[in-house]
Structure formats: C-alpha cells, structure tokens
Design a protein around this ligand. Structure first.
Ligand code: 4AD
Ligand code: MG
Length: 435
C-alpha cells in the first residue's frame, strides 16, 4: 500500500511511490508524453506520464481527463529542479473518481472571466490559485489575531448575534422576526464586551457582524467578521497602542508564514514590511482636516471623512495612520468626550496605507451614568433596551476602551485586492446573497 501524501509534503517522500488524491488542474500533451497538473488543496504537482511506461488504458484515461475531474494517482516522487515546487510525480496508475464529461465541462477555464460570472460561481471559483492564496492569508490573519490576544491574557467572550438594540446607528440595522417579537442582527459586540471587560478585565469577541449597508463600495459588506478587544481601566492612548501592536503583529506573521501566497497574489511585500514595526503615525482630526483642505478636499471641520478623504490621507504615510478625536457629532453615542474639548470624542480610526481605508474604529467609552443617559436620549435610542448597559455605569463604573478591526478590510489590504468581495469565502453585499 502506498502512503496517501498531501502535495505540500511530497518533498518528504522523494524517491518513494505515493498516492495523491485530488483534481486535474491542467493537462498538456507532447507526443508520447502527458503532463497533467494535479491539485489537492495543499498544493499543485506536475505529473509525467510516459506512454511506453504505463499500461495503454492508463495513458488513454489520462489523455482524456478533463479539468477538475477527481482522481487518485499513484506514482513515484522525483526531485526535479525545473518543476514548480521542485518535485514531479512519475505516474504509474490513475483511478478516476469522477470524469467531468467534455460536453458539460467545468465552467471556469484558464481564460479571463468577468467578476460577476465568477461571483455567481463562487463555490467553484474558490479552487483557483489566487482565491486559494487569499483563503490562506485570511486564515493566517485570523490565527494571528487570536494568538495576539491569547498571548496577552485576554479572555475570549462570545457575544450574541440576535440583539434587542442598535450599537452603531439605526440606519444599518437588519431586523428579523423573533417569535412574537423582533430582533436585530448584531452590528458590533461592543456593548456586551463592555460587560465582559468588567468581569474579566481584558476581553475580546470575534465573530460575524451585520450592517444593512445600502451603498455599493469596494470596502463594504453586509456581513463581515470583526475582532473587538475591550479593556477595563484603559484610555484612548492605550487603545491606540493596542491597535498598532495588533496590526504590526498580524503583518509580521503573514510575512513570516505566507510569502508563497503573497507571491501568487503579486503583492509588493516591501510595502507591507514597512508596517511590521510600531509606532504608527498619529494625527488629530483637526490636523487631518487641514491636510485634506490643502489637498483639495471639500471637507469642513465637523464633517465625517468619505472614502475619498481616507484615501487622500493615507497616501501621505507608508504606515497605517491613527486619526483621533473626531467631532462627537459624527460618532456613536457611547464615545467619551475629551474633557479638555467636549466637542470632540476620545476616539480613533486607523486608516490603512495605499488607500485601503479604515481598518480599525474605537476609543474610550463614556463611563459617566448621567452623560450616557443624555446621549442615549439624544440619539433617539429606546432607553428600555439599554437599561442593562446602564447598569455597567451604576455598579462600579471605570474608564475603559477598545476597538473593532474588520477582518475583510485587513485581508484586502494585506493581499492588495481591489475589492473586499474576494476577501471572504461567500460575500454578502447589497446585490449578492448567492451562492
Ligand atoms: O468603526 P466601526 O463601525 O466600529 C464599531 O463597530 C465599534 N463598535 C467597534 C468597537 O469599538 N468595539 O467598525 C469597526 C471596523 C471598521 O473599522 C471596519 O474595519 C470594519 O469594522 N467595518 C466593515 N467592514 C466591512 N464592511 C462593512 N460594512 C464594515 N463596517 C465596518
Ligand atoms: Mg468606523
């Protein structure tokens, strides 16, 4: 019996006969030689089939294999400097699990396809080399995020998906039936994180969040994954430092473990390398507005930045930039005002370089009971739904801060992608709910 080997591990089996289970990626024929490319999800290897060295039926079967037909292949692993990956498979035998008929072929061919066509076939598109590389980088980023918080003593506390109230403004809420009542899909775990931080000190949640974003942009999904740390006794500066350390840690990890994927994606890694160390530049909202005006933006003090403004701002820096102290009026109800200047909030947005926009949003929370009640009323939020949250200000309130980092925005930046739709296996957007 030949050992079943993953293609990523063939180098450990040089000279041995092995069994590989996978799919035909491509097939090239050259007279009495066939060069099938096999993929198995862990890598790609080139097979070599010499007509005179295999039984006639094996050669014929291989010659008629169609793209993405599923196979089990036995053969000897041979080191070959010229082969991609450094190894080839001298095919001895071939078992076809499913032959895709030539009259109904695999719909994605090596030629160029339009994005909408590929998005409709997302369930198949994931098999292609670029998408495979993105999945790998996404996995690494998520693993790095968890390691970062675990190594620093944070406790993961899962927050609910069904929620009774808004966290990030009522305009992007998804309402769902909840028995006789209604509920909303969570926009952020933050309010629950604040409760958890008072229980465990340092916490984070990491899960899907939902925003009924009616705009069609390259940065917005309706369902995206967010990691949200929250720390008791922390202030705005602590949140900024935690955010830059997290992002630099993630970048270092991807550069260390996913060079091959970044190469497949033709990512300019020198740009990422510049972001592997802290500190990152910090900029007040006031100064950001000045810079934007100088560069021709229409922005006035008091307004929120549009995607275009964020791009202009980030162009001035090689590292992500932390923009702090936005006007309270453009930010959520839970933001603490700056005691020196109550018209601005102790908040921060981190803008990624190269025009990738906001990847982190957060800051210091309003810890004062009376002021929080006032803010809830001003925001026209139903007081009743926030009574439990107000308890956190009734019973041992302390300063605390945290933030949320959107995973898809980070993946888009790290991979150098044009649009967030390729950063998540099955994207959900204004006009896309399938597959
Ligand atoms: O700035 P946001 O809305 O902040 C919050 O939700 C806070 N409650 C987080 C906290 O302090 N615990 O969202 C945080 C991040 C953004 O910086 C962005 O990276 C991402 O979530 N994000 C989105 N990503 C993809 N599609 C969308 N529609 C997104 N909206 C926000
Ligand atoms: Mg934000």
């Amino acid at each position: 019996m030949n050992p079943i080997v993953e293609i990523r591990n063939v180098s450990l089996h040089a000279g041995q006969e092995v069994l590989i289970q996978g799919w035909l990626y491509n097939l090239r024929e050259s007279g009495k030689l066939l060069f099938p490319l096999f993929r198995d999800g862990t890598g790609i290897i080139q097979g070599v089939i010499v007509k005179s060295a295999v039984p006639p039926d094996v050669f014929e079967t291989a010659r008629h294999l169609t793209q993405e037909s599923s196979v089990r292949v036995t053969g000897k692993v041979r080191e070959d400097k010229r082969a991609a990956g450094g190894f080839e498979l001298e095919v001895a035998n071939l078992e076809v699990l499913q032959q895709i008929p030539a009259e109904n072929p695999y719909p994605i061919t090596p030629k160029e396809h339009g994005v909408e066509f590929l998005m409709d076939l997302r369930h198949l598109w994931l098999r292609s080399t670029r998408q495979h590389a993105i999945l790998g980088v996404r996995h690494e980023i998520i693993k790095a995020v968890r390691d970062f918080f675990d190594e620093r003593g944070f406790t993961l506390v899962d927050t609910p998906i069904f929620t009774p109230s808004a966290c990030e403004g009522t305009t992007t809420l998804f309402e769902v039936n909840y028995f006789e009542d209604k509920a909303y899909l969570t926009q952020s775990g933050q309010l629950y994180n604040e409760a958890a931080a008072m229980a465990v000190g340092k916490t984070y949640c990491f899960g899907p969040t939902f925003r009924a974003e009616k705009s069609k942009t390259r940065r917005h999904l309706t369902e995206f994954w967010m990691v949200e740390p929250e720390v008791a006794f922390a202030h705005l500066d602590d949140a900024m430092t935690l955010g830059e350390e997290l992002v630099a840690f993630v970048i270092r990890r991807v550069l260390e473990k996913r060079r091959a994927e970044l190469k497949t994606l033709e990512r300019d890694v020198t740009k990422l390398e510049k972001c592997a160390t802290t500190p990152y530049p910090r900029l007040s909202y006031d100064d950001a507005v000045k810079i934007l005006k100088e560069k021709g933006s229409e922005i006035q003090w008091g307004g929120d930045f549009g995607g275009g403004d964020e791009t202009i701002l980030s162009e001035g820096f090689e590292k992500p930039v932390l923009v702090h102290r936005y006007p309270s009026l453009v930010k959520a109800f839970y933001m603490a005002p700056d005691p020196q200047r109550p018209e601005v909030a102790l908040c921060v947005d981190m803008l990624a370089p190269e025009g990738y926009g906001e990847i982190i949003g957060g800051g210091e929370r309003l810890a004062d009971y009376d002021l929080l009640v006032k803010r809830i009323e001003e925001a026209n939020l139903p007081r009743q739904a926030f009574e439990w949250y107000l308890d956190l200000r009734r019973y041992g309130s302390v300063p605390h801060a945290g933030f949320g980092m959107g995973i898809e925005r980070v993946v888009a930046w790290v991979c150098g992608l044009e649009h967030v739709r390729e950063t998540i296996p099955f994207p959900r957007m204004l006009y896309r709910l399938t597959p």
